[in-house]
Ligand binder design. Sequence first.
Ligand code: XCC
Ligand code: SF4
Length: 630
Amino acid sequence: MSIFRLTTIEEFEQATERLLETGQKVGADSWQARVKNQTPHCKFGEEGICCRICTMGPCRITKKAPRGICGCDAHGIAGRNFLRFTAGGAATHSDHGREICHTLHAASPDGNYQVKDPEKLMRIAKEWGLETEGKDIYDLAHEMSELALLEYGKPFGVQRWLSRAPEHTRKLWQAAELEPRAIDREVSTAMHMTHMGCSSKPEALVRQALRAGMSDGWGGSMCGTEFSDVLFGTPKAVDTEANLGVMKEDQVNIIIHGHDPSLSEMICEYAEDPEMIALAKSLGATGIQVAGVCCTSNEVAMRRGVPMAGNFLQQENVVLTGACEAIVVDVQCIFPALGPLSKCFHTKFITTSPIAQMPDSDFIRFNAKTAGENAKQIVRMAVENFVNRKQDLVHIPQMKQKATVGYSVEAIIHALDGVAAGQGEALGTTKPLLDCITSGVLRGAVAMVGCNNPRVRPDSAHIKLMKKLIKNDILVILSGCSAQAAARAGLMDKRAKDLCGDGLKRVCELADIPPVLHMGSCVDISRMMVLASKLSIDSGLPVSKLPLVGCAPEWMSEKAVSIGNYVVATGIDTFLGVDPQVSGSSEMVYWLTEGVRDWVEASYTVEKDIEKLGDAMIARIEEKRAALGI
Ligand code: XCC
Ligand code: SF4
């Protein structure tokens, strides 16, 4: 058996350095170089006090000019910016969810997409009060997808998924007017409120920012996750590998990048097509390797064990290996830089969605009806491109780690069932997990999520925090690029149990799980909301009293703020390692870090010092334990 050790940040960086040398040879640009060109950043933007929502401006707030031309002050400007930022994220996640609903609507027994988890579909249908008896599964799928799509625009009522939350939480939401109505309406309301001459009161702007976030996490993202499971299967524990070393020198390497599993699932299917494999072999390759970047990677890793090449700030690295035949993208988090970069190599940069169109790419429009043909065309393009590789540019860093992924709520409950010495109950209860927490074997849990951001040494905050937490017997659940950082470092290898405190180590051994659990992509943070709700309902404690916190140490996107808002609104204290660009307004800082606590029993903490951030999370978990007397 090989000796296990984590891959270090220094090793990540050496690999990147070596790839950047190749980049230099071919005159490629890099994010590292662009960061330098953009530094120092505009201070007004960083503090959130530049307004450009009407053409009397742009207005910037200074000591000398404390108000914009309309009279809006720093608090109103920072507040409106924050709400618009949230709306961008909520719209993005929710539109992804909507696409999945449309894919479900197009599912048919002999079409491109089938229902892979009919049981889950039935479970949700019953939850939504539908008659399922004797109904054809595809009729039910279509009925459900229509109902789900109506959640985006229904004129009355609030989101259906809210009924999954504990009663206490629902009461808080009602009292604070945080229950999201139609998903699209919350985004529209956010845009309306931030139009010139509407809201400039931080309290009102923050309230709507939470509600718009809620329309994402308890609306659009939940549709995305749940119906992706219905279509592509609910994840269960599966083994895979992570880091650039998953790419193969002797194979056609197809990198899938983005978010929507409708595309990546199809690419994976056709990469296994004997006709395509034969074509690859006829061109001198030994096969076809598909690997992922960003959340698309998480989706197919969770369901198929497809290896993870890297996270957000690795996306240029996959091209820099010189061994990437095609990088196929759908939506979100895709660097426009991939266009010019791929031109320096033989790589085909293939865009597929009308939502994410970029110069210097081959656009192959993908949709549910033609998905099969589209995927085949894309795989063929990649395979035929193998012969164009420039051998002298090929360098794949020989670094990868084993990972066990696939921890949906269903899979976590299944894995932990029976762990708490003889207390195991039938599948469907979180009691074993609660017992571990009550007895102190586990001190608590941290949901670590989010991106990379050049403002933080990439991946270092994620990995440092995870190591610290598991050593302190805190279970870590992960999604998004945070999860990939863990996998690349080796923390999702079950052998990483040796880095844990005695309690968590024992749980890992008994349940046969790694100490950090991959729960999926960023829309799958809705899974974490379901888990937190279940823990609350099963324990009879409010979510906010559970020793559970959220953390996004390296976040960057609008989506991340939308997520943070619904996580906080669900009663989970959330710790950020990157500033949400409201520091120019003391009132906004107050509302986000303190004020919202009166509504939802949780708030944000921002701490850029990673050691301190870790300490603060542990302290909060211990505080919550002490308050419970456990
Ligand atoms: Fe994007 Fe989802 Fe962030 Fe990663 S974690 S950089 S948002 S891919 Ni979502
Ligand atoms: Fe300036 Fe007010 Fe217009 Fe903003 S809305 S740009 S602060 S005048």
